[in-house]
Each structure stands twice: as C-alpha cells, then as structure tokens.
Design a protein around this ligand. Structure first.
Ligand SMILES: [Cu+2]
Length: 149
C-alpha cells in the first residue's frame, strides 16, 4: 500500500513537474507572442505617425480666416503638415531646398504640381471641399494635408 501510495505521489510529482514545465514554457510562448505582437504595434505606431506628426504641428492649423496661404518647402518637409482652409483658398508652396520638390496629390481634385527648383513656387486654389493628402513625388515621406471646408 505504501509503495502504491509512493508510486502515486511520484506520479503526481512527475505530472506536476511536467505541468510546471508546460506552464513555464507558456509564458515564453506568450512573450514570443507579445514580441511578435509588438511588431504589429510598431506597425500601428508607424501607421499612426501621421497623427503625431500632425499633432506636433498643432493638429490641423486653422487658416480658414485666410484667402491666401503661403508655405515653404524646406529641409525635405512641407512647412505645415496639416492645414484647414476655406473653399477658394489659394495655397502657394515655395521650394527653399536645393533639391527639387513638388506638391502632388492622388486625391481627386487635388494639386499635381511640377517639380520646383530652389526658389520656385507652385500655387493651387482649393475649390472643392474635402481632405487632400499630398506628397512630394521624389520624396514620398514628405507629406502634407489640406482640409478644405
Ligand atoms: Cu521632394
């Protein structure tokens, strides 16, 4: 009887040890899942970067009181990431860089400017309400948004 009991106890301990190993392994799996999850978090953060960068320039800069807006393109960036203007507002971009930039929107009704040399300007009058995302074609990481109300 005692030997049987011992056997059962050993069996329980063995099962407990195996279960312990399994349990010990699971957090590692969870960690691995968390790590791979953090990768998607990174993607989310990167996807969300447009928002913080817009926020860093104070969100949409309200320029609805202006009928003409001027913006510099310098250091491979548009001066104001996100602006809000009224319909009919003329926006003029001037390239201050020696590199050539343009203002190019894939959004219907948005600006599609030619490449600008240093000191050259491009203007576009926003006659349609909507949100117009634009980039510089040679430098797609250069981004800007014009919200037209
Ligand atoms: Cu550019």
């Amino acid at each position: 009887m005692n030997k049987k009991l011992l056997g059962i106890i050993i069996a329980i301990v063995a099962v407990g040890a195996i279960a312990g190993i399994v349990v010990a392994n699971q957090p590692e799996k969870d960690n691995a899942a968390t790590h791979s999850g953090s990768g998607s978090d990174m993607e989310k953060m990167q996807a969300g970067e447009t928002k913080p960068s817009a926020n860093s320039s104070g969100g949409a800069q309200d320029l609805t009181m202006q009928t003409e807006v001027t913006m510099d393109i310098s250091d491979f960036a548009f001066e104001n990431k996100t602006i809000k203007v009224k319909k009919g507002t003329k926006v003029t971009w001037t390239n201050r860089d020696s590199a050539r930039h343009n203002v190019f929107s894939k959004d219907a009704g948005g600006p599609q400017g030619e490449l600008l040399g240093q000191g050259e300007s491009f203007n576009f009058t926003f006659d349609t309400a909507g949100t117009f995302n634009y980039t510089c074609e040679p430098h797609p990481y250069m981004k800007g948004v014009v919200e037209v109300i």
